[in-house]
Structure formats: structure tokens, C-alpha cells
Ligand binder design. Structure first.
Ligand SMILES: [Zn+2]
Length: 330
């Protein structure tokens, strides 16, 4: 039975200063703020929309540049033709205050719907997700992301090719030092070369330290069927966006510039975009001197869930190529 929905208003004042990790460096930060709040805001989690994924490493940029060059010579589709089944582990982490909203039946429905959405929206890429297991933890520090590394070292399962999704009830923007912001929608690790991989192809019970923090952190309220939904962002597509990063995709507005020659997201079929999108505008064109309108419906922009509808063909192929380069067999 569903419990009554309560109002949730988080503020940075409620987050202890220890939530700011020492030496945390973030190369790229973009922030979505809800401009207009509907009358029913009290029924929803009041989210300041942020993807906290870090900027790409030089290594990842080079890999993108190489695949872009191949795609321009017509080789990419052939390389990316094999289907992928991603072993998926889902971890549900709640604060003590929130736990009563998430009885097992609710969690099961949310996870099932989320996996269905991932499977459906990644089908055009030839990528499927096989749910291996789920965990349920009540821990305030973990649920607010004030203690992300210990959480992941405890919960993460599978080798580097396995996807771990952490759905946190109170995922906080505090580690990224947004002053007025409170709730973070998500962030994810981009792929990198693993120095000490486990046995190739073997799903490890515990990850090596080399990639213990690998995976995506997502606000639980962004999941479909969430009892305390994130306003405008509760169709499960934040996870779709973050998993795109896990496969190596960059934001469509990467580098935030209209400069000629800037590689942007290294995909030829996503129009150049200098500003991330808020909401779902019509005719947005942040780089009027470049071909095409902004790709506001692309999952790797910052639009609302209802606005999201596609990956581009280059992105679809790129994800599989990146998976093969960095994760498959590790
Ligand atoms: Zn992002």
C-alpha cells in the first residue's frame, strides 16, 4: 500500500559540510534550473536539475576523435554491428526519513519500469540490459551522496563491463558546490582505461579498486512510478542520459561554444550547440551560424523527460564502439 506523499524541500543548509569532498575536481559543470514551477509542485520533489558528470579525459576525447574519423570513412557501422547485453546491478539507497515510501512492492515496480525503459530506448543501439540483482540499503550518508566512494566500494558488483546504477532518494548537489541548488538528478563515470582489470569476462563479486567507483548515481525520484517524483523529470530518462555517459557519450553542448572547428560531442549528426536546453523549447538555435537547430530532443541534452526522444545514429554506433574499446572483457 502506498503511503501518503509528503513534501520534500531539500536545501544545502541541510547538508553537512563534510559532503564536500576534499580535492574534488570537476572539469565541466552544467546546470539546469526549473524556470517555472507548476501549481502542483508540493506533490513533487523540487529539483534543481543538474548532471554532474565530469568533463572528458584527453584519452576519451582521442577515442572519440578516432571513431569520428572512422565514421567519416564509413567504417563505424561495421565495427559496431554486434549486439551487446549489459549485466546490470541496481542499488536502491534511501534515507531513514524516506524509507517508508519505498516498500518492496513499490521498489520492484520502479526498478522493473526503469529497466524496461532503458531496454526500450537503447534497442535502436542494439544494446540490452540484463538485470542481475538489486540491493536495498537505508543509509542517510549514502542516500544523500555524502559518502559516495564507501557506498560504491560496498555495493558495486560485476567487472568493468557491468553497469551499476545507484538510485538515491536524496541525491544532493552539495558536492558540486551549487549554492542555491539542492537536489541533483544524476551523474556518471565516463569510461577509461583500466590498469588492473579482473579476469576478462568474469563477473567479479567485488570490483578491483581500479574501478570501484564506476557507475551512475541517479535520483530515485526520476524513476518511473516514483512515489515522490522529480517534477518534470520522472519518466526514467535521467538514467537513460547518465547511462549514455557510462557508454562514453558527451553532452550535445560539450564545450559550450559555436567556434568553428570545435569538436563538440564528436558526432557529426548532432548540430553544434553552445547552451544546454531547459524545458522543451521550439526553434532553439544557440549556434545560428552552424547548420541545424539545437538537438533539444536528444537524450544527451538537458531537456525535460517528455522532450527527450532520441539518440542520433552516430551516438548509437559510438556507444557500442566505446563499450568495445574500454569495457568489453574488462
Ligand atoms: Zn550529463
Amino acid at each position: 500500500m502506498l503511503l501518503p506523499i509528503v513534501f520534500i524541500f531539500l536545501s544545502t543548509a541541510a547538508i553537512p559540510s563534510s559532503a564536500h569532498p576534499a580535492g574534488a575536481s570537476v572539469d565541466l559543470l552544467d546546470k539546469r534550473t526549473l524556470g517555472t514551477v507548476g501549481r502542483n509542485v508540493n506533490l513533487f520533489q523540487n529539483v534543481t536539475q543538474v548532471c554532474g558528470t565530469r568533463g572528458p579525459s584527453d584519452e576519451l576525447r582521442q577515442a572519440h576523435a578516432d571513431f569520428l574519423e572512422q565514421s567519416r570513412h564509413g567504417n563505424q557501422e561495421r565495427q559496431a554491428s554486434s549486439p551487446i547485453v549489459v549485466q546490470t546491478y541496481i542499488h536502491f539507497v534511501s534515507t531513514i526519513d524516506q524509507m517508508d515510501h519505498y516498500p518492496p512492492s513499490v521498489r520492484t515496480a520502479m526498478v522493473s519500469s526503469q529497466v524496461s525503459i532503458l531496454t526500450s530506448l537503447y534497442r535502436p543501439a542494439g544494446i540490452a540490459f540484463k538485470l542481475i540483482s538489486t540491493t536495498w540499503t537505508v543509509n542517510d550518508a549514502w542516500a544523500t551522496d555524502a559518502s559516495s566512494t564507501p557506498m560504491k566500494r560496498s555495493l558495486r558488483r560485476g567487472s568493468y563491463e557491468a553497469l551499476n546504477l545507484y538510485f538515491q532518494t536524496n541525491l544532493s548537489a552539495a558536492p558540486y558546490a551549487y549554492t542555491a541548488a539542492s537536489t541533483l538528478l544524476g551523474y556518471c563515470t565516463l569510461p577509461t582505461t583500466i590498469t588492473y582489470p579482473g579476469p576478462a569476462g568474469l563477473a567479479l563479486e567485488y570490483p578491483t579498486l581500479d574501478y570501484a567507483t564506476d557507475g551512475c548515481n541517479v535520483l530515485a525520484g526520476s524513476m518511473p512510478k516514483a512515489p515522490v517524483p522529480a517534477f518534470g523529470y520522472n519518466l526514467g530518462k535521467t538514467a537513460v542520459h547518465e547511462v549514455g555517459h557510462w557508454f562514453g557519450l558527451l553532452h550535445t553542448f560539450q564545450d559550450n561554444t559555436c567556434a568553428t572547428g570545435d569538436p563538440g560531442d564528436y558526432c557529426d549528426d548532432t548540430p553544434q550547440e553552445s547552451q544546454s536546453t531547459t524545458g522543451c523549447p521550439t526553434g532553439k538555435d544557440s549556434c545560428p551560424g552552424s547548420p541545424g537547430l539545437d538537438p533539444v530532443s536528444n537524450y544527451m541534452d538537458y531537456s525535460t523527460d517528455a522532450c527527450y526522444s532520441r539518440f542520433s545514429p552516430d551516438q548509437l554506433a559510438r556507444m557500442k564502439n566505446m563499450f568495445g574499446l574500454f569495457r568489453l572483457g574488462f
